[in-house]
Ligand binder design. Structure first.
Ligand SMILES: [Ca+2]
Length: 263
């Protein structure tokens, strides 16, 4: 596993965080024209044409800047932050103003992934991508039919998380679980949060036991310490974590999460 991570780190700088495809030229067909062109082709012919179109750069501009997805995984007892970059939506063909989602066989999807240094996401990654989408519905949860659509992914950074989220006051602790009182202000802080000038804000998240993470607060001045105050409803359970955002919108360090239960 370690060697896989190394390979990913070496490969990435060349890819930057953009899909490695030629810039789109106006001579390439938009979705309406392309649809007419492929409508009557056999599947083999159609997929050959789609492959040519993608490799020629007939992909909208908005899909080319990859978005980070950050998840935490414990490997052999050490918590790592894993960040991979994904296209902001399923692969479409055409221009920004005239494009269409393009169903394709897994064979073609894999061929495109191979040529762009990308991976096809697993169902688990697809759920992570959905959970990380800034707008509800911007990415779709994984369903079987979506297997035919490409979601290009580059794994680029693996870094240990920095420090841990701290909650106060607590009623008690049970094997690492912090039990909190409901309907009263709880301070959620990240003592080891980065304080450099490039950090524009620290976001704190609650990931419920079932469901997607929600932002419970943002501290836009990490230089004087990173913390927010939040009032939890009784019965809330899940994990609190924090993430630092840089001026260019990328994330930097992530905190180790802490498990909470609210009574
Ligand atoms: Ca602060």
């Amino acid at each position: 596993m370690r060697s896989l991570f190394l390979i990913a780190l070496i490969v990435v700088p060349a890819l930057a965080q953009r899909l490695p495809l030629p810039e789109r030229t106006d001579t390439l067909p938009g979705a309406a024209e392309l649809f007419l062109r492929i409508r009557d082709l056999t599947r083999t012919e159609r997929e050959a044409e789609l492959f040519r179109q993608v490799m020629a750069g007939n992909v909208p501009r908005f899909l080319r800047t990859l978005a980070p997805v950050t998840v935490q995984e414990t490997v052999n007892g050490t918590l790592y932050t894993l960040r991979y970059y994904v296209t902001p939506d399923y692969l479409s063909l055409g221009s920004d103003s005239d494009h269409m989602l393009m169903p394709m066989t897994p064979l073609l999807a894999q061929r495109i992934a191979d040529r762009t240094g990308s991976l096809l996401p697993t169902p688990r990654m697809s759920d992570q991508i959905y959970a990380a989408a800034p707008l509800p519905g911007q990415n779709r949860p994984f369903v079987e039919s979506n297997r035919l659509l490409v979601f290009a992914v580059d794994v680029i950074i693996i870094e240990p998380a920095v420090g841990q989220v701290v909650v106060a006051p607590t009623l008690r602790e049970e094997n690492g679980l912090r039990v909190l009182a409901a309907n009263t202000g709880i301070t959620v802080s990240w003592p080891e949060a980065p304080t450099t000038a490039e950090v524009t804000r620290i976001e704190f998240y609650l990931t419920p036991t079932t469901g997607a993470p929600t932002v419970i607060g943002t501290d836009s001045t990490s230089s004087d310490g990173a913390s927010v105050t939040y009032t939890f409803a009784a019965g809330t359970g899940g994990y609190l974590t924090a993430r630092a955002y840089l001026t260019d919108g990328r994330t930097s360090e992530t905190a180790t999460s802490v498990q909470i239960l609210v009574e």
